[in-house]
Design a protein around this ligand. Structure first.
Ligand SMILES: NC(=O)c1ccc[n+]([C@@H]2O[C@H](COP(=O)([O-])OP(=O)(O)OC[C@H]3O[C@@H](n4cnc5c(N)ncnc54)[C@H](OP(=O)(O)O)[C@@H]3O)[C@@H](O)[C@H]2O)c1
Length: 267
C-alpha cells in the first residue's frame, strides 16, 4: 500500500490524467500514485464490474470528499473507436482538457509462431497497437500544450522472447510510435515517452508465468525480485511530471536490470 505521507503532494495538483486500463496492475497503481499527488484521474477498462470495483477501492483509499471527486471511471474498449469517442466526450464534459495520458491498456498472448491464428493477430494488434494509436489521436484535442504522454511498451522490445512474435511486434510498434509522436507533437511541446516494464507482478504476469516457473525466471533478474506495479507507477509519475520536462522520445526500461546485467549467480 502506498504511503501517502511520503509523497510530494503537489506535482500533479489540478492536473487531469487519463489512464487506459486503469482497473488493475500497473494502470491501477499509477491511478493511486497520481491521485496521491493531487491529480484528477480518469480510469478505463472493458469490464464494468472490475471498473466499478477499482473506482470503489480508489474512493475508499482516498475518502476525503475532495479526493473522491477526483476519480472518474469510464467503461470502454480501446480497440473500439466509438468507445474512445464516449471516453473523450466524458472527459471534455467533466474537465475540458487533459494534462497526462498513460496509454497503458494492453493484453498478452504467447504462442509459437506456427500456432498464431488470424483472430489472435487481429485481437492483439487491435488492442495493443490500434488501441494506443487512436487513444492518442482522439486525446489530442484535449491534451494541453506542454502535456505528457507515456506509452506502456515492454521489455520484449529489447530482447527476443520465445512465443512472443505477435505480442512483441505490437509493443515494437508502440515503441516506435513514441519517438515519432515526440517529433510530430513537438510544435505543441507535448512530450512522449514509453516505459518498458520487465516482469511485474500483475494479473497479466500471474496468467503467463506459473508458480513453478517463477524461481527460474526471477533468477534472470539482477535485482533479485520481480517488479511491483508501484515500481512502474513511480516511473510513469516521474515521466509525466515537470521534473522530466527535458526527457522526450525516450524508452525507460524498468526491469530490475534483466536486459543490462547478468546476475552473478548465473555466471
Ligand atoms: N505484467 C507484466 O509483466 C508486463 C510487462 C511488460 C509490459 N506489460 C504491459 O503493461 C500494460 C499493463 O499490463 P498489466 O500487467 O498491468 O495487466 P493487467 O493487470 O492485466 O491490466 C490490464 C488493464 O488493461 C485493461 N484492458 C485490457 N484490454 C483493454 C482494452 N481493449 N480496452 C481497455 N482496457 C483494456 C484491463 O481491464 P479489462 O480487462 O477490464 O479491459 C486492465 O485494467 C499492458 O500494456 C502490458 O502489455 C506488462
Amino acid at each position: 500500500m502506498l504511503n501517502l505521507m511520503t509523497h510530494n503532494t503537489s506535482r500533479f495538483d489540478d492536473k487531469i490524467a487519463l489512464i487506459t486500463g486503469g482497473t488493475s496492475g500497473m494502470g491501477l497503481a499509477t491511478a493511486r500514485r497520481l491521485l496521491s499527488e493531487g491529480a484528477h484521474v480518469i480510469v478505463t477498462g472493458r469490464d464494468k464490474d472490475r471498473l466499478d470495483d477499482a473506482a470503489g477501492h480508489l474512493r475508499t483509499e482516498f475518502p476525503q470528499a475532495e479526493a473522491a471527486q477526483r476519480i472518474l471511471a469510464v467503461r470502454g474498449d480501446v480497440a473500439n473507436r466509438a468507445d474512445l469517442d464516449t471516453l473523450t466526450d466524458a472527459i471534455r464534459t467533466r474537465y475540458g482538457r487533459l494534462d497526462v495520458l498513460f496509454a497503458n491498456a494492453g493484453v498478452a498472448e504467447f504462442a509459437p509462431v506456427a500456432d498464431v491464428t488470424e483472430e489472435a493477430f487481429d485481437r492483439l494488434v487491435n488492442i495493443n497497437f490500434k488501441g494506443v494509436y487512436f487513444t492518442v489521436q482522439q486525446s489530442l484535442p484535449l491534451l494541453s500544450d506542454g502535456s505528457a504522454i507515456v506509452i506502456n511498451a515492454s521489455v520484449v522490445v529489447h530482447k527476443g522472447v520465445p512465443g512472443a512474435t505477435l505480442y512483441s511486434a505490437t509493443k515494437g510498434a508502440v515503441h516506435n510510435l513514441t519517438r515519432t509522436l515526440a517529433a510530430d507533437l513537438s510544435p505543441r511541446r507535448i512530450r512522449v515517452n514509453s516505459v518498458s516494464p520487465g516482469y511485474i507482478t500483475t494479473p497479466m504476469f500471474h496468467a503467463n508465468v506459473s508458480l513453478e516457473a517463477q524461481p527460474a525466471v526471477v533468477a534472470t533478474v539482477a535485482a533479485g525480485r520481480f517488479g511491483a506495479p508501484d515500481d512502474i507507477a513511480a516511473a510513469v509519475a516521474f515521466l509525466s511530471s515537470q521534473e522530466a520536462s527535458y526527457i522526450n522520445g525516450q524508452d525507460l526500461l524498468i526491469d530490475g536490470g534483466m536486459i543490462a546485467a547478468t546476475p552473478a549467480a548465473m555466471h
